[in-house]
Design a protein around this ligand. Structure first.
Ligand SMILES: Nc1ncnc2c1ncn2[C@@H]1O[C@H](COP(=O)(O)OP(=O)(O)OP(=O)(O)O)[C@@H](O)[C@H]1O
Ligand SMILES: [Mg+2]
Length: 602
């Protein structure tokens, strides 16, 4: 029964040590010194309580203390004994304080370090892993599970501390009366073993708590993201049915898990008192032993008992929060296995071209790119058109190195992406998506992306220049707080076209070499679209521009156009060349869209 406990104690010692390092040893030493000081203090009670009997009338243990004090040349007196008693407890207090302070420092700094480490791991993870996982899961790890995991580490330290105290109390009790100590230890072990099944159950429940926590977070995030839709269509009931079910399951597991941890702490007192009353009755009532010796023994036993139960209850709580530690460990492992592979070659500028040669790409077993050849020349504007699902966004993901093709080659200025330090590539890319990326902060900070202090004049000027170029300076100036207007989560306080122009301004502020617009204007009205086209046109010839669109009017001014269909480059050429070929796919798309726009006008 005890072996699995010892194995787990040793196993988790290594786990905890991997997080705390040598500080764990210091903590254990502080526990040890604290326990020793207290036990020495309690031991002093023996000579104090029986000082009137003189040295010869003492039991073996008290005699040893007397002899020790005399050997170091102190005259025995009640006053001296009480001073020593006090000093011992003062030391105990100091050690406990140091131990608690260090434990708290370890806990707080661990939460900080683990969160920062996880953030860095999120940054380094493969995009393909991100698309296959849930945001709720990732969020849950960094918020809830980190806390639970660190609480588990802390609990473990308390468990080990209790163990040290128990061993010290048993040692001192055994020195006073080893037979009685043996009997008491034996009885406690039986009780302890009975409690072990509760621990196992607590651990199972703990994993279920982690699991439901992740589900709740995932559903909550989705609810908050889709708030407007859910509110406007009164569809909360559907998602809430699932959400509330998970919240209820979480409640049940959490409650059961908590309740289990209360059992040991509630039965500690009655059982200890029962044991102790029995001992006093037997030794003082029947065997007429010295009350002083029994009293000191009883204190040690009572203390040891408390710590045995505290050990049991903390071990259970440790098991209850172990889910967090396991989820944290598993997440770490998963993230380590999903680190994006990057080369070491840095690029600081874009000089010639990005080229795709015979690129094939599949999502799992579904192939979406077939032998794609394509080139993006410096300072040219390239249009990528194709119907929905043709692979346009996937092409962007490949160009930015977010996805790695299964075969074929992709190079920038002749350097293979596989050799490239991908963040150096991405730092020269600007990206504007259909759904603009907006942060809940001021317009200034949304444009500068906190790169500089928006109160400083140089920064202000750069922000304004970018806003002018993106055609958003006018509406910003018209708003009440100007550039300092806070635009709400996802920019809810702005119109779609305004949000989009701010997103463009941010990319222009960054001054990237390559600007990619993925359906940046597809959901906008003609006027907003025209304003954005003006911004894009002002970049022509000075920046490399890639425009991904299914609306052909968007790519009208591009230098070169690629037409994608079902993952293949079907046609390529300038707008006029493609329009001239009346058998081309481009021409038929052009015809359809022209007719559509005429219909729309009617
Ligand atoms: N993460 C993914 N896992 C599996 N299949 C995917 C994934 N992302 C996209 N696909 C599939 O790949 C194909 C190309 O998708 P992609 O998003 O590149 O199309 P698109 O041309 O950008 O379409 P749209 O114009 O609607 O944005 C589609 O069939 C799509 O279902
Ligand atoms: Mg797309």
């Amino acid at each position: 029964m005890q072996i699995p406990l010892i194995t787990s104690l040793i196993h988790y010692f290594k786990v905890v040590y991997s997080y705390t390092g040598r500080k764990l040893y210091i903590l254990l030493l502080l526990f040890l010194f604290g326990g020793l000081s207290e036990s020495i203090g309690i031991s002093m009670l023996l000579p104090i309580l029986s000082i009137d009997r003189g040295v010869s009338g003492q039991g073996q243990y008290a005699k040893t203390i007397y002899n020790f004090l005399e050997s170091i040349g102190t005259n025995l007196s009640l006053f001296l004994l009480i001073i020593l008693f006090l000093i011992a407890f003062l030391f105990k207090g100091a050690f406990v304080f140091l131990q608690k302070t260090l434990a708290s420092y370890i806990r707080c700094s661990l939460i900080k370090d683990i969160r920062i480490d996880l953030c860095n791991k999120y940054k380094g993870m493969k995009y393909s892993y991100y698309t296959n996982t849930s945001i709720g899961y990732l969020n849950n790890i960094i918020t809830t599970e980190t806390n639970r995991g660190v609480a588990a580490l802390n609990r473990y330290i308390v468990v080990i501390g209790s163990l040290i105290f128990i061993l010290i109390y048993i040692f001192f009790a055994a020195v006073i009366n080893y037979k009685l100590t043996f009997v008491v230890v034996f009885l406690s072990l039986i009780l302890f073993a009975l409690m072990r099944s509760i621990s196992r159950l607590a651990r199972k429940l703990s994993l279920l708590v982690s699991d439901t926590n992740a589900q709740v977070q995932s559903l909550l995030i989705q609810t908050i993201y889709s708030f407007k839709y859910l509110k406007a269509t009164d569809s909360f009931t559907h998602i809430f049915k699932r959400l509330f079910r998970e919240i209820n399951r979480n409640f049940i597991y959490q409650f059961k898990s908590n309740m289990l941890t209360f059992i040991p702490s509630s039965i500690i007192e009655p059982i200890s008192i029962l044991f102790i009353s029995g001992i006093v009755l037997y030794y003082v009532g029947f065997r007429a032993k010295s009350i002083a010796e029994i009293l000191v023994l009883v204190i040690f036993f009572y203390k040891a008992f408390s710590y045995v139960f505290r050990f049991q209850s903390d071990w259970q709580k440790f098991n209850a929060s172990l889910g967090g530690l396991e989820v944290m460990g598993k997440a770490n492992q998963i993230l380590n296995n999903n680190v994006e592979k990057v080369g070491i070659r840095q690029i600081n500028a874009f000089n010639k071209a990005i080229e795709l040669r015979k690129v094939n790409f599949s999502y799992g077993s579904k192939q979406v790119f077939f032998d794609v050849n394509l080139a993006i020349q410096k300072n040219k504007s390239i249009g990528i058109v194709g119907e929905s699902g043709a692979g346009k966004t996937t092409l962007f993901d490949i160009i930015t190195g977010l996805l790695t093709p299964q075969s074929g080659k992709i190079c920038i200025d002749g350097i293979d992406y596989l050799e490239l330090e991908l963040s150096s590539l991405r730092s020269i890319i600007g990206y504007v998506t259909q759904e603009p990326v907006i942060f809940n902060d001021t317009i200034s900070n949304n444009i500068s992306f906190w790169e500089c202090d928006s109160q400083e004049d140089i920064c202000k000027k750069r922000i304004k220049d970018a806003a002018i170029l993106a055609n958003c300076d006018r509406f910003i100036n018209e708003s009440e707080m100007g550039y300092e207007t806070i635009i709400g989560d996802k920019g809810v306080k702005l119109a779609g076209g305004q949000r989009q122009r701010i997103a463009i301004a941010r990319e222009l502020f960054k001054e990237p070499e390559i600007m990619i617009f993925d359906e940046a204007t597809s959901s906008l009205d003609t006027e907003s679209e025209q304003l954005i086209h003006q911004s894009i046109n002002s970049l022509k010839g000075v920046r490399t521009i890639v425009i991904i669109a299914h609306r052909l009017s968007t790519v009208k001014n591009c230098d070169y156009i690629y037409v994608l269909k079902e993952g293949m480059v079907m046609e390529k050429g300038t707008f006029d060349e493609l329009c001239r070929d009346i058998d081309s796919l481009f021409y038929s798309m052009y015809q359809k869209q022209n007719l559509l726009s005429v219909k729309n006008v009617i």
